[in-house]
Design a protein around this ligand. Structure first.
Ligand code: GLU
Length: 532
């Protein structure tokens, strides 16, 4: 049993998130970033972003943009790594070479693995000189055949190590003859590796079960394993906090550190994130892409707060679920990270988002909400800072503020802001018969609307918009010897076109007196046009 020495010095700690740019930034990457960021910021350490783009076949350039933009949007900053020159300048475009769209922060770059191939080559040589890695000349056909045979015998696929025994001069001859090759890690034939994981405690691996890992592929690119270890070392990474899916790779990484004679960083593997149905979280469970969640109108801090709870909690007896950034920084600890899988629960995310929407200052929330209304076509911005609604009214910021104030406590996601509430920006569309409440006659409804309008005529706008206008109106209704529903039902429908909507008082306070009168007028006209 080999016990490992840990990285134990008092130097500044250094952590990283090292996403592979193979698709949109995923919630799992955000969680790795957040936990590392908190860990670094708590200890005045460094946080690095590194792009692990060694797999050229799966490389999607626009995913780098989604990673860098997603981290920035979420409010996580980094000390070293690529940053976008013009974060908001372009829409992701697969044809753009994002390497030239970024500049690098920090002195240990490049922070793109595809630009570091020469560095990996040098370290491969060291490994070979030390007998820890070897050339493999087996053809892809031979390897494929071997894989199929093993599969047929229900064995896990493993290279049979034929080239491991090649004499140095035999290998040299093949190289000189220009034979194609890959380079593999020489895994010791027996023994175990035991290591203390910061989250999972002692973990150990049987070396006999490990395949001789490919370190250099035939396209000349290193595999993730080599590049990851070399970079973590050269970039001074002291703690590797990453997803549990990398735990099986850990013994290979340890052997690489040993082969290169390097100190081993401390490792902590974060629990898996599962969907509510306990299967692997994927696109079919909804938007798990960070930018898609941004676009749906989740607030950045709400998403961060939710992400924090994906595998971490403040400890027994502490039920707190809402955390400011300062609280995250003071309370986060590796001890609070659970081993069992975390569950991604949309209901919880929505609840957290709703909480933050409710708390947000009105002007802030309003300016975040306006783009969603513009996008849905309900309003169009004008050059003078005002907007024009679908029904051609000119409105100002204050209109939105009262609209948002009305919704604030009911809203879960910003993208829903105009949903079912189009009538604040457009003439209401409804069946005229909806104006006629149960047991009422058309002519009576016309009369009720007409007397309501007359009454409104006599009232100054200020009283009309006052918060206690409901009491004033209800007193008038009583004096008139009408029932509330006789007056308020057709009024609500005239204003919103809906059976269910905010109260007519709320509608009127936002629409204002002039628009209210217009809508009552057009309700009366359409009733008059109805066959009696
Ligand atoms: N490139 C890996 C990923 O995308 C990073 C693994 C690691 O952090 O070591 O998950």
């Amino acid at each position: 049993m080999r016990k490992m020495a840990f990285y134990m010095d008092n130097n500044q700690i250094c952590v990283r998130v090292a996403p592979s740019p193979t698709g949109d930034m995923h919630i799992g990457t955000l969680r790795v970033a957040l936990f590392n960021w908190l860990f670094a910021r708590q200890r005045k350490g460094k946080f690095i972003v590194r792009i692990e783009d060694t797999d050229q076949t799966r490389y999607k350039p626009d995913s780098v943009k989604s990673i860098l933009e997603g981290l920035t949007w979420a409010g996580l900053d980094w000390d070293e790594g690529p940053i976008l020159k013009n974060p908001k300048s372009q829409i992701p475009n697969p044809k753009i070479d994002y390497q030239s769209e970024t500049i690098e922060l920090g002195e240990k770059g490049p922070y793109w693995q595809s630009r570091r191939t020469e560095i990996y080559r040098q370290h491969l040589e060291t490994l070979q000189e030390r007998g820890a890695a070897y050339h493999c000349f087996c053809s892809p056909e031979r390897l494929e055949k071997m894989r199929q045979e093993q599969e047929a015998r229900h064995l896990s696929p493993m290279y049979d190590r034929r080239c491991r025994e090649l004499k140095p001069d035999e290998a040299a001859k093949k190289l000189a003859a220009g034979e194609k090759y890959i380079i593999r890690l020489k895994i010791p034939a027996s023994g175990r590796i035991e290591i203390n994981d910061l989250i999972r405690g002692s973990v150990n691996f049987d070396l006999q079960q490990l395949d001789d890992q490919v370190l250099l592929k035939s396209d000349g690119f290193p595999t993730y394993h080599l590049a990851n270890v070399v970079d973590d070392h050269l970039m001074g990474v002291t703690h590797v906090l990453r997803g549990e899916e990398w735990l099986p790779s850990l013994p290979k990484h340890i052997l690489l550190y040993q082969g290169l004679g390097w100190e081993i960083p401390q490792f902590g593997h974060l629990p898996l994130i599962l969907a509510v149905d306990r299967t692997k979280l994927s696109k079919r469970h909804g938007a798990v892409s960070v930018l898609a969640m941004r676009d749906a109108g989740y607030l950045p801090h709400a998403l961060l707060n939710f992400t924090l709870l994906l595998g971490w909690n403040p400890g027994k007896g502490n039920e707190q679920e809402i955390f400011t950034k300062e609280e995250m920084l003071s309370l986060f600890s590796l001890e609070g990270i659970q081993k069992s899988p975390a569950v991604f629960n949309y209901e919880k995310l929505n609840w957290i988002n709703k909480h933050y929407i409710k708390q947000m200052p009105l002007n802030d929330l309003t300016s975040r909400a306006i783009p969603y209304l513009t996008e849905s076509g309900l309003i169009t911005p004008l050059d003078n800072g005002e907007w024009i609604t679908l029904d051609k009214r000119i409105i100002r910021n204050v209109y939105f503020e009262s609209f948002v104030a009305l919704l604030k406590s009911r809203l879960t996601m910003l993208k829903d802001i105009g949903h079912d509430l189009e009538y604040f920006f457009d003439r209401p569309h409804y069946e005229t018969s909806l104006l006629i409440g149960k047991g009422e006659l058309r002519d009576a409804v016309i009369a009720h609307l007409a007397e309501t309008k007359e009454y409104f005529h006599t009232i100054p706008e200020k009283i009309f918009k006052a918060h206690d206008f409901d009491r004033t109106l209800k007193t008038w209704i009583k004096d008139k010897q009408r029932t509330n529903s006789q007056i308020l039902w057709p009024l609500r429908v005239a204003l919103s076109g809906k059976e269910q909507s905010p109260s007519p008082f709320e509608l009127m306070s936002i629409l204002g007196k002039e628009e209210t009168m217009k809508r009552i007028d057009s309700a009366i006209k359409s009733l008059q046009a109805l066959d009696a």
